[in-house]
Design a protein around this ligand. Structure first.
Ligand SMILES: [Zn+2]
Length: 332
């Protein structure tokens, strides 16, 4: 059993309080490898932003939980070495069972998500409550994120054909019964890099897909039901068209890519939304740079020569998100 405090990590409790009163959202960036982790820490140290390092069940399988745990410890030491100790959370993204949440808590996670959103309401309540009771009774309080409402799209092992917006009438009951620390809601964000079908979108003068706007009316209704309660948005990549163009220029094919416009996320971050999950944008940034190097330097075979530029681009992306989208820069 490793407590997250031994690794130098923090839970989300105080960070969310500050984010709500400060009108910004914490970045939750997914990672599975060293370059992603380095880019996240470099960007967050430079912009003085707190950060949530997020690990999906798929990432745990890919990278191994003990390696990830020690990478999180390394992230804390790396930030220190770079000259500024930012608060770092290690969070399980989309835990789908009590067991995986328990396992993660035992290996040093400071926060877990239990996603029972696909279950009937009462079963979601029961499962989330069970995870909260366990997480909250640890020597060092582990925070828990629950989810109400179903997002469309695909993310590692998580997929849903249709989205169902969160019912504002259910949130008070859910929060009271489960004692969850934060709640992921569905207001029109979506997992993956093709968040909407072209027929759900309009097109601008350049033929670029414009997605339907987020349902801020539902968000406002939820905030009225549970004032000041931390809200989380999943599936909040913007899918920058520049990256899609680079990928396609150098041999990739990503038809009908469309994300959530950054202005809408900025608006959400100023509300009770205090955690915004961004994964696909990082995948696109890395892939764009790697494809570019492969195409422009066909004789290159040193992985550092393509992973290095990918890491630099990731860092640029995360700095931009912290400063211009989430508003978390300067808050650490
Ligand atoms: Zn998600």
């Amino acid at each position: 059993m490793t407590s997250y405090k031994e690794l130098g990590l923090v839970n989300t409790k105080d960070l969310f309080k500050k984010a709500i009163s400060g009108g910004y959202a914490l970045p939750a960036y997914n990672f599975n490898n060293m370059e992603q982790m380095q880019a996240i820490i470099q960007a967050c140290v430079e912009t003085k932003s707190p950060v949530i390092l997020q690990v999906s069940a798929g990432a745990r399988k890919y990278a191994n939980q003990n390696i990830l745990k020690n990478m999180a410890r390394g992230a804390v030491e790396y930030a220190h070495e770079l000259g500024y100790d930012i608060p770092i959370v290690l969070h399980l993204d989309h835990g789908d069972s009590f067991e995986i949440c328990k396992d993660c808590i035992e290996t040093g996670f400071s926060s877990v998500m239990i996603d029972g959103s696909h279950l009937p309401y009462d079963e979601n309540v029961a499962l989330t409550k069970k995870v909260c009771e366990h997480a909250h009774s640890q020597k060092d309080y582990v925070t828990v994120e629950g989810e109400l409402g179903v997002l469309a799209g695909v993310e590692d092992d998580v997929s849903a054909e249709h989205s169902h917006y969160t019912q504002p009438s259910e949130v008070i009951d859910f929060v009271n019964k489960t004692k969850v620390d934060s709640l992921a809601i569905s207001i029109g964000t979506s997992h993956g890099r093709a968040k909407f079908k072209p027929e759900q979108c309009t097109r601008d003068a350049n033929g670029i897909l414009i997605p339907p706007p987020l349902r801020f009316d539902i968000l406002e209704e939820i905030e009225k039901q549970i004032p000041g309660f931390p809200i989380v948005l999943h599936g909040s990549s913007s899918v920058p068209i520049e990256y899609v163009h680079i990928i396609e220029k150098f041999g990739g094919k990503l038809s009908d890519s469309v994300g959530i416009p950054e202005e809408q996320l900025r608006k959400a971050a100023k509300s009770a939304v205090c955690k915004i999950n961004i994964d696909s944008d990082g995948r696109l940034a890395m892939t764009a740079m790697i494809r570019k190097v492969f195409s422009e330097k066909p004789d290159e075979f040193d992985p550092r020569k393509y992973l290095g530029p990918a890491r630099d681009e990731l860092k640029k992306l995360y700095s931009h998100k912290n400063k211009n989208v989430l508003g978390s820069a300067g808050q650490a």
